[in-house]
Design a protein around this ligand. Structure first.
Ligand code: TXA
Ligand code: MG
Length: 320
């Protein structure tokens, strides 16, 4: 619950250069006042994130777009109208209000209006923009509860606002509208099909674009255990052969999976939206049990299933 006292404390903390953990509908963010360069630098330091990887600017409403973006194309207004507040981030050419510290020196800025009453109350009361990457250490699993943030970064943030478990569970969908044609830079909590419906055209997914999107690094969102991807029909045989080689195996997947006896399963539902909501919590739970390999059952490649498959393949990618 966000009491008036806590809201005041949160806003004062942001105004004085502090860093707070803020719930959104996608994942928890590590928030700083966008216009306070030192506070923004602290966010990078806490996360251990390279300073050239830009942050998303969170604002209270679409009407603030022109103060951050020097050109707001008609398609941006249409998407904002249809999906904000919501799990959609728009990349647009920036105004000077979006500083180098936030944008990593790029000529564009990423903007979003989150759909969470606590985040919206804080943005409204602050009356400005908040830069907020996911509140996890660089390359690790994003937090979807206040408890996750406490476990990862508890000692280093000035205040953690508890807004309950995130209802979407994966990060926002990032759409680049700064070029000739729109492109998805990161599939996420808003299905690409939904975007295409509103824009009335196909929108390509370009996760390996040259822009610096840390979520597009091959190895990201990684638990400690190794991750092996599997279509539902192959999970049981995968598990059997890994166990035969001496591995301590856990499975991420729906209850309908038939597994060899004695294999722990962490419930990631079959429906794509349910899978998105559960994914990061189950990855953390499984990781705490000390498995050395997690076999992850892939959801269907439609709707939010595309984002879940994206995150799982990054969790499974070779690590440096
Ligand atoms: O759902 C979300 O988007 C969450 C919540 C807290 O809002 N935030 C989040 O932030 O996932 P972060 O920093 O973990 O991921 C933001 C992504 C990064 O991959 C970053 O590189 C990309 O957005 N990004 C930011 N500004 C950009 C820009 N100007 N051009 C291209 N990508 C940009
Ligand atoms: Mg992140």
């Amino acid at each position: 619950m966000l009491t008036p006292d806590i809201l005041t404390r949160a806003v004062e903390t942001l105004r004085h250069g502090g860093v707070i953990a803020l719930p959104t509908e996608t994942v928890y963010g590590l928030a700083a006042n966008c216009e306070d360069e030192l506070a923004v630098r602290r966010v990078f330091a806490i996360k251990g994130r390279p300073a050239t990887h830009p942050l998303i600017v969170h604002v209270a409403r679409a009407a603030e777009l022109p103060s951050w973006a020097r050109h707001v194309p008609e398609e941006a207004w249409r998407l904002a109208e249809a999906f904000w507040p919501g799990p959609l981030t728009l990349v647009l050419p920036r105004t000077p209000r979006a500083t180098d510290a936030v944008t990593g020196g790029q000529d564009t800025v990423a903007l979003r209006v989150p759909n969470h009453p606590v985040a919206l109350a804080v943005l409204e009361a602050l009356g400005g923009g908040v830069a907020a990457p996911s509140a996890n250490r660089f390359g690790r699993v994003s937090p979807t509860t206040a408890e996750h943030v406490r476990a990862d970064l508890g000692d280093e943030v000035d205040l953690i606002l508890d807004g309950g478990p995130c209802t979407v569970g994966v990060e926002s969908t990032i759409v680049d509208l700064s070029g000739k044609e729109p492109a998805v830079l990161r599939p996420g909590g808003l299905a690409v099909e939904e975007l295409e419906r509103v824009l009335g055209r196909k929108v390509p997914v370009r996760t390996s674009a040259t822009v610096r999107v840390s979520g597009s690094l091959a190895s990201h969102y990684a638990p400690r255990a190794g991750v092996v991807l599997s279509e539902p029909a192959d999970v049981a045989s995968r598990v059997t052969s890994l166990r035969a080689r001496g591995h301590n195996v856990g499975v991420l997947g729906p209850p309908s999976l038939m597994l060899p006896p004695g294999v722990p399963r962490y419930d990631v539902p079959e429906d794509p939206a349910g899978a998105a909501r559960a994914l990061y919590t189950r990855l953390r739970e499984a990781d705490e049990q000390g498995h050395d390999v997690l076999v992850a059952c892939l959801p269907r490649a439609e709707g939010l299933g595309i984002a879940v498959r994206d995150r799982l393949s990054r969790a499974a990618a070779p690590r440096s």
